[in-house]
Write a protein of this length. Structure first.
Length: 363
């Protein structure tokens, strides 16, 4: 890549990460894994694995498989929430009672595993695996764990939804994801609650406040094509993080119902599926009780009571109770009706070519 794309903050991102193109494939639990990350890496992007729902043994196996399939920069993503004591789910189960009756199921006898925060056991495993990057959602882990990773030269990526969060992160991380409200999946706010800011405004503000000496900014949210990438780079980002764009790829593991909904679904911010605020496509549960309900237990506990409803509906090809995570630009990257989904490597390479031509033409 040449011209604007090869200079300044983009070049800093490429040098720091070892990527060939200024794209990070977003970590998306339930939607991406080894195949998606490997394909994105072969295309020149940073590949990411979502780790919050993996055991250490599962993570070790996935990294082993990934490194057998692709070379390139790897990012491991973890959550930094506090689990606390299990909440009382009685009110939430009462809200779901009509749906249990309709589907002929009940609450799970054995609740499924919850998203787990980064801890000492995972830190020890990361020290052994030596990824190029580790990214964190919902703030950062305790300083002693962070310093152990930094001592190995692993690049640390934080996630900010406001300028204040970016300033808090600025002396603790190497790169900051500027997560706008357009982004699919969980909003990673951690300081003062959910205070949504648009991706481009947030990217510009963080880049301007940090200057050339600050952490490299990675724009995320509502970016699905080369024009969106170019806009983010022009506003000071060194790269972009793409999630929903990769949901359209052949390696995405989302359901057929989820894939179809990407073409036309309206996205809303909801707390129904985990207890945390996250952007996803409207479905039957959201339509019935609204996107945000006060009875939903705090993150990540709301998901447990939905497990049997999800299993039953998904078995029938329905996404009525499933988190159909997607950003606001979901339809932009959809392949033409009837066309096969693109491979993630093909998609990455195409975006890079389009971006280079666009920015060189504007220079």
């Amino acid at each position: 890549m040449s011209g604007i794309v090869a200079g300044g903050r983009v070049q800093a991102f490429l040098s720091r990460t070892g990527a060939r193109v200024p794209i990070v494939q977003a970590p998306m639990a339930g939607a991406g894994g080894v195949a998606l990350a490997a394909a994105a890496m072969r295309g020149g992007a940073v590949g990411s694995l979502p780790c919050a729902m993996l055991t250490p043994d599962q993570l070790r196996e996935q990294v082993t498989q990934l490194r057998a399939q692709a070379d390139g920069p790897l990012n491991l993503n973890f959550f930094c929430h506090q689990l606390g004591d299990p909440p009382d789910e009685a009110a939430w189960r009462a809200v779901l009672a009509p749906f249990y009756a309709q589907e002929g199921v009940g609450p799970p006898v054995t609740p499924p595993p919850l998203r787990a925060p980064f801890d000492a056991a995972m830190c020890e495993l990361v020290e052994q695996l030596r990824p190029q990057m580790v990214s964190f959602h919902f703030g950062l882990p305790e300083p002693r764990l962070l310093e152990r990773l930094r001592a190995l030269g692993i690049a640390i990526i934080g996630n900010a939804t406001t300028v204040a969060e970016a300033q808090w992160l600025s002396d603790k991380v190497d790169l900051i994801v500027a997560q706008g409200f357009e982004a699919g999946g969980h909003a990673g706010h951690f300081l003062d609650g959910y205070r949504p800011v648009g991706t481009l405004a947030l990217t510009r503000a963080i880049a301007a406040s940090g200057g050339d000496a600050g952490p490299i900014v990675i724009a995320a949210g509502g970016i699905a094509d080369a024009a969106g990438i170019a806009a983010a780079l022009q506003l000071g980002a060194g790269a972009v993080q793409l999630g929903t764009a990769y949901l359209h790829s052949a390696e995405s593991t989302i359901s057929a119902a989820h894939r179809a909904a990407l073409r036309k679904g309206e996205t809303v911010v909801t707390n129904l599926f985990s207890g945390g605020l996250a952007r996803g496509i409207r479905n039957a549960l959201i339509d019935a009780i609204g996107p945000v309900h006060p009875a939903a237990p705090r993150f990540p506990h709301a998901s447990a009571a939905l497990a049997e409803l999800r299993r039953t509906a998904e078995g029938a090809g329905r996404g009525d109770y499933s988190p159909l995570w997607a950003g606001q630009a979901a339809a932009i990257g959809a392949p033409p009706p009837g066309a096969p989904p693109p491979g993630a490597q093909q998609l990455t390479e195409w975006l890079a070519r389009e971006l280079a031509a666009m920015l060189e033409g504007a220079a």
